[in-house]
Ligand binder design. Structure first.
Ligand SMILES: *Cc1c(COP(=O)(O)O)cnc(C)c1O
Length: 375
């Protein structure tokens, strides 16, 4: 059996190695390293794939969130509601901009932001909601948009884990994750579903004016060369990364399919195990399985984590500490009783190896090892 990896970047690269190597060399020889034609072409191709008017490439997914919030003109003191159970980047940029993060609980089954918790957190200072499409499936965007409309709030979708996922609205129409709110953001970090070979990110919007503002902001607030109209940042996707992403974008749907196939195999194997909850997919979204995350109900999650490591099965706890309990983000306004689901999930979740290269033999070994231990 091939060695099991949490994410198999090498295996994926090997299949497209000739194309990638040739293209990287081509960019090197072109010397158009920053904002070259590859970046522009990738932007256009991603706009087409997502069916969104504007893609603004930037340096990483964290910058994408920060610049998105700057573009919306959010000001110190504005409250921004986001999920308590996610990667820290989402709350980090809110705090960095001097905005007030308001963390709320998630749903226990989907792991995504809880709609009632959003409603309860709204104050006259609330200016935006940042739903995170966690692990690869969309949050309940019909409900988020409804709240946003009622209270006149911006919606920024953190799509770092869900690029390629489809959302189906109540009326049956569909949109790609990240193209639903005023702004969507994503990350091309190597292990993400559409990963480059370094750092990368992008901002999406259908709003022409907002796109214009943000395009200047990623480039030192310049709209005309050496004229700085607003305070910006330096956040660019480099040409080599864009060239790699142009090769991988046409493969994204097949990558998502391979992940889904592995996820289905996992879930079938655990279906009759009473102590394991397999991922629950909400009916309004597809799931692109950035992570495949179980809930272990017999109180032995930590033992399972170690047992799998002892059997050379990599696995991870995403996330071991709720954001509201992280030293950087503790706040006396928070009440533990309001974080019932997050507080439970941090003790029960475990993420299994998930990537495009998992084979039957590996999946069988992983599921058998888990079922033998958790019973
Ligand atoms: C990875 C990730 C980010 C940050 O992306 P970077 O490119 O690493 O800055 C933000 N939000 C979520 C949910 C992520 O998973």
């Amino acid at each position: 059996m091939n060695k099991i990896q949490m994410v198999d970047l090498k295996g994926q690269y090997t299949k497209i190695q000739d194309q990638i190597d040739e293209k990287i060399l081509e960019v090197v020889k072109s010397t158009a390293y920053i904002n070259g034609p590859e970046v522009h072409a990738f932007q256009k191709e991603l706009e087409e794939y997502l069916d969104v008017k504007h893609v603004i490439p930037c340096a990483n997914g964290t910058d994408a969130l920060q610049i998105g919030m700057m573009g919306l003109g959010l000001k110190p003191g504005d409250e921004v509601i986001t999920a308590d159970f996610t990667f820290a980047a989402t709350v980090e940029v809110i705090a960095l901009l001097g905005l007030t993060p308001v963390l709320v609980d998630v749903e226990k089954d989907s792991f995504n932001i809880d709609i009632d918790a959003i409603k309860n957190a709204i104050t006259p200072k609330t200016k935006a909601i940042v739903p995170v499409h966690l692990y690869g499936q969309c949050a309940n965007m019909d409900a988020v948009l409804e709240i946003a409309k009622e209270h006149n709030l911006f919606v920024i979708e953190d799509t770092a884990q869900a690029i390629g996922a489809d959302y189906t609205f109540k009326d049956g129409s569909k949109k790609k994750a990240g193209t639903i709110g005023e702004i969507g953001t994503t990350s091309f970090f190597p292990s993400k579903n559409l990963g480059c070979y370094g750092d990368g990110g992008a901002i999406f919007t259908n709003d022409d004016d907002l796109a214009h503002i943000i395009r200047g902001m990623v480039n030192h607030g310049m709209y005309k060369r050496y004229y700085h109209d607003v305070v910006g940042v330096n956040s660019r996707l480099d040409s080599i990364q864009a060239a790699i992403l142009r090769i991988k974008l046409p493969l994204l749907d097949s990558y998502c399919k391979a992940r889904k196939k592995a996820a289905d195999t996992y879930s079938e194997a655990f279906v009759s195990n009473k102590n394991i909850v397999t991922p629950v997919i909400s009916d309004f979204t597809s799931h692109v399985f950035h992570q495949y995350t179980l809930q272990i109900l017999n109180g032995k999650r930590n033992e399972l984590h170690q047992h799998l490591l002892d059997n050379n099965i990599p696995n991870a706890i995403y996330y071991p500490v709720p954001l509201h309990s992280q030293k950087a983000y503790v706040d006396e306004r928070y009440n533990e009783a309001d974080f019932k689901n997050t507080n439970e999930l941090i003790d029960t979740v475990i993420s299994l190896p998930m990537h495009t290269e998992l084979d039957e033999e590996q999946l069988t070994f992983i599921t058998k090892t888990i079922n033998d231990f958790v019973n």
